[in-house]
Ligand binder design. Structure first.
Ligand code: GLU
Length: 280
């Protein structure tokens, strides 16, 4: 059997909190239990939100908790050309399209959808007139590259309905429609979490993905991207999210529960991990 490879892939857009410690403990723990390795990956493509200071804190906080990972650590901003190449390929396959609609226009359109109001956005089936598209680009109108579910379905034929992945040991049929035609790149951020994450999981030989259930919807899209790009589908292990005593999930906004704050208030790595292990 191939070596088990997991990863912990935080975004340095804030300090890590107790929820991250729980997720990291599961990912590193899974690798350890299976005599494999857990990689650390810095998902910093959103340069408007990510900061160097938070990245340094990730290294410090994880080391404080006692985790070890192979180096060098992959930092996604150092590999933007790789992700651009994925988008180029999908563009050559005619599976992505430029969407010039504003957020407001999309929201209105979703609300007015005749059959399924409130459903995620899916774009028109017809390809935009080439002349008009060129004009809008030349005018400098903002756009996003979206993955067309309609064209992906046409491209894959029957295979589209057979997409599946393993989640917590059970086979799940992938339904990429859950998020609609997702944005794969914008004019300012030339890639997306979906592309960068799936590209790197394939490149880094990740066999098992341990992450929060808040990303389960994304997994349906990832499964489609993996099929389109010919990447292997890792096994997924989505875990419950850590919630406070009122049932509210921890987020980067809860400053008091950052690993930093806990450490400064005298918590030990052991009780922090014990606290974090009371998941769900
Ligand atoms: N970077 C993502 C986050 O911070 C997690 C990515 C993943 O585990 O797939 O939420």
């Amino acid at each position: 059997m191939n070596e088990i490879v997991t990863r912990f892939a935080p975004s340095p857009s804030g300090y890590l909190h107790l929820g991250h410690a729980a997720s990291a403990a599961l990912a590193f723990g899974f690798a350890k239990k299976n005599s494999g390795k857990c990689l650390l990956r810095i998902e910093d493509i959103d340069t408007t939100r990510c900061k160097e200071e938070f990245e340094q804190a990730i290294y410090e906080d994880l080391a404080w908790l006692g985790f070890k990972w192979p180096t060098p650590t992959r930092r996604q901003t150092e590999h933007l050309a790789d992700y651009a190449a994925v988008l180029d390929k999908l563009r050559d396959m005619k599976l992505v399209y430029r969407c010039f609609k504003t957020r407001k226009e999309i929201l209105n359109e979703i609300a007015r959808a005749p059959h399924n109001p409130g459903e995620p956005y899916t774009g028109p089936r017809e390809v935009m007139d080439e002349g008009l598209e060129k004009e809008l680009v030349a005018e400098g109108k903002l756009y996003a590259w979206r993955l067309s579910l309609y064209r992906s379905q046409e491209y894959l034929g029957r295979q589209y309905n057979r997409l599946s992945f393993m989640n917590n040991g059970e086979k799940v049929r992938a339904g990429p429609a859950v998020l609609g035609d997702v944005i794969l790149a914008r004019k300012d951020v030339g890639t997306s979490y979906h592309i960068a994450c799936c590209h790197d999981d394939a490149l880094q030989g990740v066999t098992d993905i341990v992450r929060g259930v808040d990303l389960l919807d994304s997994t349906h899209i990832h499964c489609l991207l993996q099929e389109l790009m010919g990447w292997p589908v890792p096994r997924y292990h989505h875990h419950a999210l850590l919630v406070d005593k009122d049932g509210k999930r921890f987020s980067k906004r809860d400053k008091s529960l950052t690993l930093r704050a806990l450490r400064q208030s005298g918590a030990s790595p052991q009780n922090t991990l014990a606290h974090a292990s009371q998941l769900g």
